[in-house]
Design a protein around this ligand. Structure first.
Ligand code: SAH
Length: 350
């Protein structure tokens, strides 16, 4: 029988497990603190619990951990990129960035991704499986322990589509914001989606107060559908309707991600069209010069084109930023390290 993934349980669930085992109630707080506040990797670290009880627990439960396979540290800005191994042939990426306000971690939510965006390295190799809440938490504990730091901000922008793993991601958010655990503020969490419309409504209705980023990348359906298959299911009109609902329901402004691809979506005409569509919305636009991925041939827009694009948007009173490139010397963008691993494996098998 497979063991229970103990670090995906919330306090109430852990408490009823403890009760079922016939253990005194105070054990819940003890074990919870080891798992969620201290982020232990094994039961043997739970020093205020007797050896026989630890052995009993480890027969029933497992603590899912990430093992560091590769670690790259940027010489430019100290950004750290990890390739973690979960099990054989299961690799995920996680990036830690240092900002003035603290340490931010970019975590993966799935092994691979089903969404198939053409510019994204995460689509390479397809989809393996969803990550559990405990595995997502472990990405953070592993980095904290390795770097001896405390993470204060989280972005769900690594490999995977968070809204395609909705239940586990919601559980992760519940656990990571729990005062008895990592106690990360909801305001310090951003979730990025390619536009899974029904789930945007569901998320809005939860009124969590986290920041929603939406990967828009195009001003019209014709351009968007060429690179983002999700647009064939929910087009821009439906997506923006859901975004407006989100902004209205939560009073939080949406952040639209827009990867600037040379000659594809970066013309002045595109900028005017984008401004037209987003005008009057509670939002922010984040331009990302597209990262080159070996499997595709997208070229990032030059500075002049980016500047022109910004000036059009600003002339229409939209707020725009260009994403700072962190860790450019270590390939710190989405899925590239993992894709490298999969290339290696293919080469070995081939
Ligand atoms: N599935 C989610 C989160 C993962 S990707 C989403 O689509 O939003 C995080 C962000 O990086 C998204 O905005 C994604 O579109 C963008 N991205 C992916 N590949 C990129 C690349 N090669 N260059 C620039 N941005 C990229």
């Amino acid at each position: 029988m497979s063991k229970i993934d103990i670090r995906s349980l919330n306090y109430e669930e852990l408490s009823s497990q403890i009760e079922e085992l016939g253990l005194p109630g105070f054990r819940t707080a003890q074990i919870y603190s080891w798992l969620y506040e201290k982020g232990v990797e094994s039961f043997s670290e739970m020093s205020n619990i007797s050896k026989p009880l630890r052995d009993r627990l480890s027969e029933i439960y497992e603590i899912k951990n990430c093992v560091i396979d590769t670690k790259l540290v940027s010489e430019i800005d100290g950004t750290v990129k990890y390739l973690y191994r979960l099990r054989e042939n299961e690799y995920i990426e996680c990036v830690v960035m240092k900002y003035k306000y603290g340490y931010s971690v970019c975590i993966s939510t799935q092994l691979g991704c089903k969404m198939g965006c053409k510019f994204c390295a995460s689509a390479i190799g397809g989809f393996q499986r969803n990550l559990t809440a405990g595995e997502m938490l472990s990405e953070i504990y592993t980095a904290q322990r390795d770097l001896n730091i405390k993470i204060s901000h989280i972005v769900l922008m690594g490999t995977g589509e968070p809204l395609d793993n909705f239940g586990n991601v919601m559980r992760f958010i519940e656990l990571v914001t729990d005062k008895r655990g990592l106690n990360i503020s909801m305001r310090h969490i951003s979730l990025s989606t390619c536009g899974v419309v029904p789930k945007i409504y569901e998320l809005a209705d939860k009124k969590l107060g986290l920041t929603l980023s939406v990967s828009l990348h195009a001003p019209n359906d014709e351009i968007r559908s060429q690179t983002m298959p999700v647009n064939l299911k929910w087009n821009i009109q439906e997506l923006l309707k859901a975004c407006k609902y989100y902004a209205k329901t939560t009073s939080r402004r949406i952040s639209f991600e827009y990867a600037m691809i040379d000659g594809f979506n970066d013309s002045e005409k595109c900028a005017y069209e984008l401004a037209e569509r987003l005008g009057g919305m509670l939002c922010h636009i984040n331009l990302i010069p597209v990262n080159n991925v070996r499997e595709n041939n997208y070229v990032r827009s030059g500075n002049e084109r980016i500047k022109k694009f910004i000036s059009v948007l600003e002339s229409r009173n939209l707020t725009v930023t260009v994403r700072r490139t962190l860790g450019s010397d270590i390939n710190a963008s989405c899925g590239q390290l993992r894709a490298g691993k999969s290339r290696q494996n293919q080469a070995r098998q081939g």
